[in-house]
Design a protein around this ligand. Sequence first.
Ligand code: PLP
Length: 250
Amino acid sequence: MSMQYALAGIMTMISDNLQAVQARIARACAACGRLPGEVRLLAVSKSFGTQAVLEAARAGQRAFGENYIQEAVEKIAALAGPDAPPLQWHCIGPIQSNKTQLVARHFHWAQTIDRAKIAQRLNDQRPQDLAPLNVCIQVNADGGPTKSGVSPEDAVALALFVAKLPRLRLRGVMSIPDPQPDFEAQCAAHRRVREVFDAIAARLPSGHGEFDTLSLGMTADLEAAIHAGSTMVRVGSGIFGARQYAAPAP
Ligand SMILES: *Cc1c(COP(=O)(O)O)cnc(C)c1O
């Protein structure tokens, strides 16, 4: 097969996969009486190149998630420019202090806020000519000590701190629950995150603005996440295919 045909095949695949994922979202919404418009799709493009992102963008996808800051910044730069489609970039990987400046400058969203120090740095480093950075609190609802994310007990206090930072806009909660063997167990794990979201919503000052994002669910468990109230599913392999790389250091 020529290079050109091979590439054309990949492109059809991405646009077909996007349609299939949108159909899964629509079916999952219908199954629990929600409207498909209530759930946004974040395309997780980590490990895939600019060509794959562009193809998804041509198929109408606008929001992309990346885990590794350096990889993401290179992609964002390569895909910027006057003729480029207006893409929205979400940081969904761990953020170390020495990477906050890159996140503050290049992303529209940071979903992995799990401590006050990182939130404060993002706030202080967000350029004045950009809109406030949309952020989510990352919650570790399974309690595994090695996982990123704030505990459910500490999530409300962190959220109230973040809500006061003028250059950040607290939009919701994100989580990566441990894999579960079946739908019921997936739903239960997702509901624990939903409860944290509701607890924060109940404590935010009136006039906070949009607190509308429950970022939950990936390729394997998006139906259960939608059942539990997810408003944003993060799908990588379901759109772009299996990832091939050993992850670089964050
Ligand atoms: C990689 C990743 C995803 C996408 O996972 P898939 O199983 O490929 O859909 C979603 N969220 C986060 C935080 C990820 O790191």
